[in-house]
Design a protein around this ligand. Structure first.
Ligand code: TNX
Length: 527
């Protein structure tokens, strides 16, 4: 039986090798028909593709006596080992106790701060007949080594970690996803679930869009009506809701345990109807508008000429900064169509000063380039192929002036764009975004005049005007968010649609095993 299986394996490797030589330039419609699923060999299935893999030699068999060794001295490494054990126990059905001892066989976790060849979040994984050894310079690197190991262990049943070595490191420091909990409210447990799904693919930032016209979702002690009144409702008039400060802290802590930094966004000066409805004094005419349950954008603005507006901004950002260990505060700044340009610039100047006053770094949507980005401010590009040249030029000029960019091109990275004309959910203002289109671009060369050194990373935003449930979220995010994860992590030389689509297809059963309701996109050769 073993020999038959091995022979089959060789066959699969051969067919995979043949399929990988297929030209990746074939056009979108055709490629779905051309490729058939050919299960890649194990080290080619790792997603995001590692910087370097060298399969070979005898592998490590997981057996009932297999232990996870975390050495002594680091409580954090112990925690990583415990969490990895939890993740492997389900699929393998093995007890996998976590023990202190550093030497012996089993799965070894080694933090080696002197391993200069390993990057900040990099790691090495070696699988031999004697042991699987995970080595990293930082705990984050060890965590990622563990996530790679998960993908080398069969999706169900014990079995073997095939022999070989992975030497890996990320291309970009910022590998993000965003969830909009303002249009439709999502609870902390729902967001934790999404975060778990993402962290296993080495995404390390979770941007939470906390406020918009339709809802204010975070409690602020100094302005309590924001959440109490402004948090009620949402698109379509559902019940809405908001997070208490403890809810938010709980998410931040959960994220940190998975090496994810939370980037909170308070969108200003537009997208503020929920705040304006909660406090009449924030309106220039002193009158509070009704709460809003539609999906129009660009109609609301804070009152730029009133001093109370800045008291509000400073109070909110101070309380948010106190809750947020991460370095970034996102202040929105998009689609402020109801704010005249000069007012916009004046407002963004003070809002950026308020962020700096809290010792944080500004992130804003790329419209900030039309005003004056503060030194060190990060811009998030959400343009698309038809964005006017003048707007692109402003963003390129900001990059030239030293601002780093997060790339979220709407016609590639927006998870709320429909896959195709038959997608029931989603919007289509940036066109349809099939899986191939969302993957087939290179963040290092995507924007003219923006060199790779100016790119901090990538992010896949999920706007929720049309997305109300966990099932909606999973259908739109998966599998496209995995492609964005690969663009954020893998070296440019590894980006190739033919290989990626086979790799992604092999993750179908893993997604199913985790009960992730992904879209079985027609351009992917699912098994
Ligand atoms: C544009 S992207 C927006 C959001 C919408 C989204 C819908 C951006 C910075 N603003 O307010 O939700 O389109 O796709």
């Amino acid at each position: 039986m073993r020999r038959v299986l091995r022979a089959l394996g060789v066959l699969l490797i051969l067919t995979a090798a043949v399929s990988c030589t297929e030209p990746s330039g074939a056009d979108d419609a055709k490629s779905g028909e051309l490729l058939r699923h050919a299960e890649p060999p194990p080290y080619e299935r790792i997603l995001p593709a590692p910087a370097a893999v060298r399969p070979g030699g005898a592998g490590y068999r997981l057996v009932p006596g297999t232990v996870i060794r975390t050495g002594t001295g680091s409580e954090e490494v112990r925690q990583i080992g415990e969490r990895l054990a939890e993740q492997l126990r389900g699929p393998s059905g093995l007890p996998l106790p976590v023990v202190d001892g550093g030497a012996g066989d089993g799965i070894l976790l080694r933090l080696d701060e002197s391993a200069a060849e390993l990057a900040e979040e990099g790691y090495r994984l070696e699988s031999t007949a004697a042991a699987v050894t995970l080595t990293a310079r930082t705990p984050a690197g060890l965590f990622y080594a563990g996530q790679t190991l998960r993908q080398l262990v069969p999706a169900s049943g014990a079995g073997e970690v095939p022999g070989g070595t992975v030497a890996d490191r990320p291309r970009f420091a910022y590998r993000g996803a965003m969830i909009d909990i303002a249009r439709h409210y999502f609870t902390v447990p729902q967001v934790k679930r999404y975060l778990d799904q993402l962290a296993q693919y080495k995404i390390n930032k979770l941007h939470v869009h906390l406020t918009d016209d339709q809802g204010w979702r975070l409690a602020v002690d100094s302005w309590p009506r924001l959440a109490e009144y402004g948090g009620v409702g949402g698109v379509g008039g559902g019940p809405g809701g908001h997070w208490t400060k403890d809810d938010y802290r709980e998410l931040v802590e959960y994220a940190a345990e998975r090496y994810v930094e939370v980037v909170p966004e308070i969108d200003m000066p537009g997208h503020t109807n929920a705040a304006l409805a909660s406090y009449p004094e924030l309106n220039c005419d002193g009158k509070a508008p009704d709460r809003y349950t539609g999906i129009k954008v660009g109609f609301s603005s804070l009152c730029v000429s009133k001093e109370v507006t800045y008291e509000f901004v400073e109070d909110v950002l101070r309380e948010l900064a106190a809750l947020t260990p991460g370095r970034y505060l996102h202040i929105g700044g998009d689609e402020a169509h109801a704010t005249p340009a000069a007012d916009y610039a004046a407002f963004m100047k003070r809002a950026q000063e308020a962020v700096a006053g809290q010792g944080k770094t500004v992130v804003a949507w790329h419209q900030l380039a039309a005003a004056e980005p503060a030194p060190g401010a990060v811009l998030q590009w959400w343009g698309h192929d038809k964005t006017p040249a003048a707007e692109r030029d402003r963003v390129a000029a900001a990059a030239k002036a030293g601002h780093r960019l997060i790339l979220s091109p709407a016609d590639r990275a927006y998870l709320d764009m429909k896959y195709d004309k038959d997608t029931a959910l989603g919007l289509a203002w940036a066109g349809h975004v099939p899986v191939r289109r969302s993957y087939a671009w290179d963040p290092g060369t995507h924007l003219a005049g923006v060199p790779e050194s100016a790119v901090l990373g990538v992010e896949a935003p999920l706007w929720t005007e049309t997305i109300a449930t966990r099932a909606d979220l999973e259908l739109m995010a998966f599998p496209r968010v995995l492609g964005i994860a690969e663009l954020g992590w893998s070296p440019a030389a590894k980006l190739d649609w033919a290989a990626y689509s086979q790799r992604l297809a092999s993750h179908g059963p893993r997604l199913t095993a985790q009960d992730i309701g992904y879209f079985r996109a027609p351009d992917v050769p699912w098994p």
